[in-house]
Design a protein around this ligand. Structure first.
Ligand code: GN1
Ligand code: MG
Length: 347
């Protein structure tokens, strides 16, 4: 750590390095000064997943330039440049990057109020809207096929033949549930033909939004997965992670419910920025977004369980099995909700 801080022009004697955040992929630390005030966020990029960290830096630079030119008032958190002049510091141990800690800002790990969902949805919508004049095809693909549901389904089917046979046998019910919902994959194929490709964040969990002291959204962060994509990725992951009072880690599935006020907050927050951008067919599929992302996450957790947790890892035996079951339950609750609500929400 001393060496890494040095490369970013900081002396380890003047700073404390504290673990920070709860992401599953990259490791994150908060760098605080001697008084304990946070000054920087340091991240190690997981190179098992992001094979070309330079591509992430490239994308951030392009977006940064575009936003600084066209929307200078937008708060964009640019990475700290190292003494060698790079956004990334490469060590034997991997790639690191650093961001300034924005004063008086904070992140939220659990949503307590619908207003937080509104603010977050507004910020993710605003990010895509501000970049509507930017050519998304210039972005490097940092994770090929990241939200390609069709491919994920094919990988799942392949895993049913090549995966851990004991786990496959034990997961029968979840496998059936996945297969029964295959329609969601078919609908995605239709979406791909009709939807507009836009700059998409692809990781809209609540901790990727900065809030100010008055709980107003400031901007979005964590741009590793910003790529060309469809709005259902961003809206869908908000539905997946904001609607329910418990997370994908919850083992007691009876706690999985859909909170209507949070649903409305996502719709209103996102449409406050993107309402004029979305085309009719996209608006008609607003409700599909949640199904799409929850189903894909169930599929990913289950596939990983059947492949002995090679992607997500496991903190206990059966961890990804529990996560997959949790997401299947969430999918069922959302489908019930969508059926009941179809009258009062824009369909
Ligand atoms: C991963 O690391 P984190 O938590 O931001 C994953 C997301 C999943 C999420 C599930 C690159 O995101 O796609 O939705 O875990 N990111 C990657 O918790 O695979
Ligand atoms: Mg992330």
């Amino acid at each position: 750590m001393k060496e890494i801080l040095f490369q970013f022009g900081l002396s380890a004697e003047n700073f404390q390095v504290l673990p920070f955040g709860s992401g599953l992929i990259n490791a994150t630390w908060k760098i605080a000064n001697e008084q304990g005030n946070p000054k920087y966020i340091l991240q190690k990029i997981n190179q098992q997943i992001f094979k070309h960290p330079d591509d992430i830096a490239f994308n951030i630079r392009l977006i940064d330039n575009y936003l600084k030119t066209h929307f200078p008032d937008y708060l964009f958190v640019s990475p700290v440049v190292s003494i060698a002049g790079d956004e990334l510091v490469k060590t034997d141990n991997g790639y690191y990057r650093m961001f300034p800690f924005i004063r008086n800002s904070h992140t939220v790990d659990f949503l307590e109020k619908p207003q937080q969902a509104y603010e977050a949805a507004k910020q993710f919508g605003k990010f895509t809207k501000l970049l509507s004049g930017f050519d998304a095809s210039k972005l490097k693909i940092t994770l090929p096929d990241f939200h390609n549901l069709t491919l994920r389904y094919q990988q799942f089917e392949l895993t049913l033949e090549t995966g851990n046979p004991e786990r496959i046998a034990q997961s029968k019910d979840l496998i059936v549930a996945i297969k029964q919902n295959k329609r969601i994959v078919d609908e995605f194929e239709m979406c791909k033909e009709k939807f507009t490709v836009r700059v998409t964040h692809h990781d809209t969990k609540i901790s990727n939004v900065l809030f100010d002291e008055n709980e107003r959204g400031l901007c979005v962060i964590d741009l590793d997965t910003v790529m060309p994509g469809y709005f259902i990725s961003d809206v869908g992951d908000m539905m997946r992670t904001y609607l329910c009072p418990v997370s994908e880690e919850e083992k007691d599935f009876s706690k999985i419910v859909i909170r209507k006020e949070f649903y409305e907050a996502i719709v209103n927050g996102f449409l406050s920025e993107m309402g004029a951008e979305l085309i009719d067919i996209e608006k008609q599929y607003f409700h599909y977004a949640g199904e799409f992302m929850i189903y894909m996450q169930a599929l990913r957790f289950l596939t990983d369980h059947l492949k002995d947790d090679s992607y997500y890892g496991a903190k206990y035996e059966g961890h990804n099995f529990v996560r997959a079951g949790n997401q299947i339950t969430l999918l069922q609750r959302l489908q019930e909700f969508n059926n009941e609500m179809s009258v009062c929400l824009p369909r």
